[in-house]
Design a protein around this ligand. Sequence first.
Ligand code: FES
Ligand code: FES
Length: 156
Amino acid sequence: MKVQFKVNGQGASVDVPPNTLLVHAIREHLQLTGTHVGCDTAQCGACTVMLNGRAIKSCNTLAVQHDGAEITTIEGLASADGTMHPMQAAFKECHGLQCGFCTPGMVISAVDLCQRHPKAGEGEIRELLEGNICRCTGYQNIVKAVQQGRTAMASA
Ligand code: FES
Ligand code: FES
């Protein structure tokens, strides 16, 4: 089945079997491999992308359900000149990552969190990020990064 998207600001189409998960359409058909697959069962958040402005787990939904959708993956966050998105820069500066496997999904969720909960305190940030699992960092620096990224997003 043919499915059309707008991905990272550009039109894209895929021709996929109807049972293709959105994450596989993104990774295997659009070659955007920054979106990771950690569990395939909607638990880890590694596959998180922005779909029509909201963070979703792309392993939990079929590509064909989203014809016409606007998708932003981690590859689409930086500016055209390569300048990192403020949240990406904050993760780097605050050491909010180690192996980096969870990071694309974590950053997308963090951007969504800051847009929808601009006043969330530390405890709320931890709760709101509970759908994204990191096996490395212990979360402390991720929370710091989200707070710093939120301030930077607000003043950008
Ligand atoms: Fe989608 Fe883990 S791969 S939540
Ligand atoms: Fe390794 Fe999060 S940095 S899983």
